[in-house]
Design a protein around this ligand. Structure first.
Ligand code: PAF
Length: 293
């Protein structure tokens, strides 16, 4: 496993893999602080691709001025150790100036999908995500890139990005990995104290409640959102930011659910920690729940 810090080196390695070795490349883009959710992406990349690259880059462009960019957990040694069991070929861990050279002035905005839900709560967030992913895709030129369903809006934005900009990369989305309590794994869970962590499992219970309501025939989006809101607000340690019920492809806000997949998404604070999660309704299930035993 080689750790690469320079975009030029990464670029020449990937050119060689593509042209001379004719091998397939999978990229798992991360901000580090790797957990089982990331590792499930790495395992799938390993299964599908000849060469696996994990990028580790805490992207300043996707954090707002009051957000946790400076305190976001960073430990490349620990991340490297976590990856050592997975036969990863390269870790791409560039410093900021490699990704954003002096006078960097080109940003990518995926219009219509970046302004609602997380985009409304975190203005500029998806511009930062779309920009860094475009730079990464151009440096690595992966055949496949792997993302977790937990960041549902991100997966929708990146799918549109690669389609619109004709990137030669297929996006693979894998189920959210959860603790036994249902809490979705997230690098930000590290900020939670014991009580907050216990309390945070309310999010998934509330989403399951929404699914149960849907399965028993509820089609009114407001009522589904209300059921989630009531359940989360009953947890004293939770401060709900939003519940959304949206079309799972266009992210249009829904009044009624029909036969198209819909996404119920939540953002909530537990203490100072902001967590997000979601569930897709009306989708044929793969069977895998992604829950840790
Ligand atoms: O999901 C993340 O960790 C980040 O948004 C990503 C995709 C690595 C881009 O910085």
């Amino acid at each position: 496993m080689e750790i690469i810090n320079r975009r030029q080196r990464m670029n020449s390695v990937s050119r060689k893999v593509r042209r001379e070795l004719d091998q397939t490349m999978g990229l798992v883009p991360t901000m580090g602080a790797l957990h089982e959710g990331h590792l499930s992406l790495v395992r799938e990349a390993r299964r599908m691709c000849d060469i696996v690259i994990v990028s580790v880059f805490v992207n300043p462009a996707q954090f707002g001025p009051q957000e946790d960019f400076t305190r976001y957990p960073r430990d490349l040694t620990k991340d490297t150790m976590a990856l050592s069991d997975y036969s990863v070929d390269y870790i791409f861990a560039p410093p900021v100036e490699e990704m954003y050279p002096k006078n960097f002035s080109t940003y990518v905005t995926v219009e219509g999908l970046s302004e609602q839900l997380e985009g409304a709560a975190r203005p500029g967030h998806f511009r930062g995500v779309a920009t860094v992913l475009t730079v990464l895709f151009n440096i690595v030129r992966p055949d496949f890139a792997f993302f977790g369903q937990k960041d549902a809006q991100q997966t929708i934005v990146v799918r549109r990005l690669v389609r619109d900009l004709a990137c030669d990369t297929e996006i693979v989305v894998l189920p959210t990995v959860r603790e036994e309590s249902g809490l979705a794994l997230s690098s930000r869970n590290a900020y939670l104290d014991k009580d907050e962590r216990r309390a945070a499992s309310v999010i998934y219970r509330a989403l399951e409640h929404a699914e149960a309501a849907f399965l028993s025939g509820e089609r009114n989006a407001k009522k589904i959102a209300e059921a989630v809101r009531v359940q989360i607000e009953a947890e004293p340690r939770a401060r709900l930011e939003y519940v959304g019920v949206n079309d799972a492809e266009t992210l249009d806000k829904l009044e009624r659910l029909d036969d198209r997949p819909a996404i119920v998404s939540v953002a909530a604070y537990f203490g100072k920690t902001r967590l997000i999660d979601n569930i897709i309704l009306n989708r044929v299930r793969s069977g895998a729940t992604g829950r840790l035993a």
